[in-house]
Structure formats: structure tokens, C-alpha cells
Design a binder for this molecule. Structure first.
Ligand code: 13P
Ligand code: SF4
Length: 305
């Protein structure tokens, strides 16, 4: 069987079974080509709330599949590869945040969407990298406790200096692999290139970027800009996607090590098996967990419109 044969079979089966395939931007090109929607975490959440199909397959990581289930509990939701988690989502303990809430009365707890459903039950509002600035500006409260990504939190606090934003130490181990030395080397090797960076990177290198944004914001910036060369400072799958989208432009990874092994765990075979009904993991959550974790996601969708 070739990749093309497998893709054709996935497309045939998903139509026959009324299945919607959602893919995060970090998935491979072969998965992009069979997906019904590709986007960043905010776009995927919006889609999750409005999807019409009976079954949804998430090609991404576990918290993304949980978000689909929380927003569309009547649907059957699968994570295409059960081992695909996000290490950042597991960094914070629910009891610790509940305790911090008690210790910091008057603070609104804002959680990056890269958190477990359980942790979301003690948070007030969720954000994603593309919606965080807008949502935090829209929150009536000026006192914010931002968890779990202190790098994204630092970037947001610089965009919204009028608010008091307390950070808790945590972050994405993949984006933290990129260093100042990588930026210096890239500037030397590609002096005409613009550096486009994800806000999950360390503040010391975010300060050196030409543009900072979510995965889809980085892609639309590169597509629209007239510049011919770009250094991409996020998961390296985006370099390949941009090369397909803009064959007349050149894209270079800031670091060859910026690979998220969780995001790349899902293969086309996993998608095929899940569509066929012999693979993936169905996301099962109690009604109570769905109801209590949903509030902060609904708030995100309301404030991020
Ligand atoms: P966005 O797609 O929202 O930019 O998030 C990146 C990410 O790391 C998702 O896990
Ligand atoms: Fe988690 Fe970072 Fe991988 Fe995104 S890139 S899934 S934040 S580890």
C-alpha cells in the first residue's frame, strides 16, 4: 500500500462513517491531507464546539482530544494515538493550584489550554497562544494568576502591562530547546531572513524575534509577507508545511532539535486504524468532569470571539 492508497482509504471511510478528522498544525503533511480542519489550539477548540459529524478523531495531543469531548460531549471522540500527551499539561497539580487560589484571593486563574481536564476544573478562563492577549485584556479583573507556561505568560504580560500577572514556573520542553546561540547563528547564516517565533520560547529569545505568534499566526504571516526567507522558531513540522504552501520562499528551522515527540507520535497508519475502528483511544470522561472543566473553555470562547 502506498501513502496515497492509505489516504484514499481514510477519506473513503471517514465519509462513509460520518467522521470528522481534526489535525493540529504540528501534524505531518500526510495527515494534513486527510484532515477536515487544521489549525492552532484556538481554531481547533472553535471547531470542536461546532462540529456536525457523529465521530471526531483528533490528530494532536491528549488535551486537544479532551477539549473536543468537553465541548461536544454527545460525540464519540478518539485520540488517534493514545501515547500522544503534552508534558506541559501534566506539570501542574490540581491541589497546588486550588491552594494558590485560596492564598491569592481576588486573582483570576488563567490556564493555558495545554492542561488536563482535571486541572481545568479549578481554573477560571482558558487561553491559547493566539488568544491569550485578547482574552486577558477582556477579563474585567486586573489581577491574573497565569499557569502553567511562564514563557507565554511573560510574553502576554509584556503586551498587557496594565495588568498584574503572576506566573508559575512551567513550560514547553520542546520550545525551551532553542537558545540565544541558535538565534545568533541563524542571523549570521540567513541575514535576510525574518525570525518567526512561538511565544512558548524563552523570553530571552522571544525578545530577539521579528514576529511572535501561534502556529497558524506564524504560517499566515509567512504566507502574506513579501520577504523571501524565514527562520522558523517553533516545532519543525511548520518548516515543511510552509515550504509546501510557499514553494518560492525559503524556510529554515531555528534549531534542528525543535521536534515534539508527542506531536509527531501520530502516524497516518494510526489515523487509518482509528477510522477503521481498530485503533486510537476513545476519550471517556464523567459528566461531572465535563461540566466542571467546561466553564473555563466556554469563557475562553466567549472572551476570545
Ligand atoms: P498553538 O497551536 O496554539 O500555537 O499551540 C502550540 C502548541 O504547542 C500546542 O501544543
Ligand atoms: Fe506540549 Fe510543547 Fe509538544 Fe506543544 S510542542 S504538545 S506544548 S510539548
Amino acid at each position: 500500500m502506498t501513502i496515497r492508497d492509505l489516504q484514499d482509504e481514510i477519506i473513503r471511510l471517514k465519509k462513509e462513517k460520518n467522521i470528522c478528522i481534526l489535525a493540529h498544525a504540528y501534524q505531518g503533511q500526510d495527515i494534513w491531507e486527510v484532515a477536515d480542519y487544521i489549525g492552532d489550539s484556538f481554531g481547533l477548540s472553535q471547531k470542536a464546539a461546532e462540529v456536525q459529524a457523529d465521530t471526531v478523531i483528533m490528530c494532536g495531543v491528549r488535551f486537544m482530544a479532551e477539549t473536543v469531548k468537553i465541548l461536544s460531549p454527545q460525540k464519540t471522540v478518539f485520540l488517534a494515538n493514545p501515547i500522544a500527551g503534552c508534558p506541559m499539561a501534566d506539570q501542574m497539580d490540581k491541589d497546588l493550584i486550588a491552594q494558590m487560589k485560596e492564598d491569592m484571593p481576588g486573582f483570576t486563574v488563567v490556564a493555558y489550554i495545554n492542561t488536563t481536564a482535571e486541572l481545568k476544573t479549578v481554573c477560571d478562563v482558558c487561553v491559547t497562544s493566539s488568544s491569550a492577549v485578547k482574552i486577558i485584556r477582556n477579563i474585567p479583573n486586573d489581577k491574573i494568576l497565569f499557569i502553567p507556561d511562564c514563557n507565554l505568560g511573560d510574553w502576554v504580560s509584556k503586551q498587557v502591562p496594565e495588568k498584574k500577572i503572576e506566573l508559575v514556573r512551567g513550560g514547553c520542553p520542546t520550545h525551551l530547546r532553542m537558545t540565544k546561540r541558535d538565534v545568533e547563528r541563524a542571523r549570521k547564516q540567513h541575514p535576510k531572513a525574518e525570525i518567526l517565533m512561538h511565544p512558548e520560547c524563552h523570553p530571552s529569545i522571544v525578545a530577539l524575534a521579528d514576529f511572535v505568534g501561534s502556529t497558524t499566526e506564524i504560517m499566515s504571516y509567512a504566507e502574506k509577507s513579501t520577504n523571501k526567507e524565514y527562520v522558523i522558531a517553533t516545532e519543525n513540522s511548520i518548516v515543511e508545511h510552509l515550504q509546501f504552501k510557499c514553494p518560492n520562499k525559503s524556510f529554515y528551522p531555528l534549531s534542528k532539535d525543535c521536534i515534539c515527540h508527542n506531536m509527531s507520535a501520530t502516524t497516518l497508519i494510526d489515523v487509518y486504524r482509528t477510522v477503521k475502528g481498530t485503533g486510537g483511544e476513545e476519550i471517556i470522561m464523567s459528566d461531572e468532569l465535563i461540566t466542571s472543566s467546561r466553564k473555563c473553555i466556554d469563557e475562553m470562547l466567549r472572551l476570545g470571539q
